[in-house]
Design a protein around this ligand. Structure first.
Ligand code: PLP
Length: 239
């Protein structure tokens, strides 16, 4: 193995161990939690290595980096998640490679995603990104809709051609009542998921938890964790 492959294999093994331990502690089956490796800022060669090591889900947050990387890796058996704030002028490109968009947070974005998904004859899974630090009708600082806006947005996605409502996503807030209380934040997301599933029973994905707080997310009931740094290393630049 190359040095980089050794390094990624060792990091993956550690993350896998953390997820397994968190599942055991929560009385959950390991299979209930899917690892998504966030490959933003890292090259396509790393994505290729991760695929060789058995990773099946990767995530990116900037279309300009993601689009060429996904093209270079189009031969790999990977599911691509888009997790960044998404401008409508990037939607056409993102729909070209993203199997899921986890950052759906406004109606304009739903309209644009639906239009481009239909045009490209793609089915795009959508997660509503929830901002737990936002006021009742605001959007979060790092994207996301306030909890009060989930129902309306979910209805729009569910009715939109080319889109599939898959569930909810959040990033633990840095401000507001949940600052520093990751597990409470993720438990709140689970409650919101329970509400959502009354109207949309198939929308059962709960994407929460990153390198620093995946244990809290697993404890709260997350179905998907998004891990970057702990697998790939500290990012060379902000992203
Ligand atoms: C970068 C990013 C992650 C991964 O964060 P790490 O701390 O590197 O694990 C997860 N989710 C989103 C939305 C991100 O932008």
């Amino acid at each position: 193995m190359t040095d980089r492959k050794d390094e990624l294999a060792a990091n993956l093994a550690k993350v896998e161990q953390r997820i397994a331990a968190a599942c055991a502690a929560a009385g959950r089956e390991r299979e209930e939690v899917t690892l998504i490796v966030v490959t933003k800022t890292y090259p396509a060669s790393d994505v290729r290595i991760l695929s060789e090591l058995g990773v099946r889900h990767v995530a990116e947050n900037k279309d300009q980096d993601a689009a060429p990387k996904a093209a270079e890796c189009s031969d790999l058996p990977l599911t691509w998640h888009f997790v960044g704030q998404l401008q409508t002028n990037k939607v056409r490109s993102v729909v070209g490679y993203a199997d899921l968009v986890q950052s759906v947070d406004r109606s304009k974005l739903v309209t644009a995603l639906s239009k481009e998904a239909v045009k490209a004859e793609r089915d795009v899974g959508c997660l509503i990104q929830v901002a737990l630090d936002a006021g009742s009708s605001e959007r979060g600082e790092r994207g996301g809709v306030a909890p009060g806006g989930i129902g309306e947005l979910a209805g729009l996605v569910a009715r939109a051609p080319g889109l599939r409502l898959d569930g909810l996503m959040t990033v633990a807030p840095l401000t507001g009542e949940y600052a520093g209380r990751e597990q409470a934040a993720f438990e709140r997301l689970m409650d919101l998921s329970t509400d959502l599933r009354r109207d949309h029973p198939a929308a059962n994905m709960v994407s929460a938890g990153m390198s620093a707080d995946l244990e809290q997310a697993v404890a709260a009931g997350a179905t998907h964790v998004r891990v970057g740094t702990a697998v790939l290393g500290v990012r060379p630049r902000l992203g």
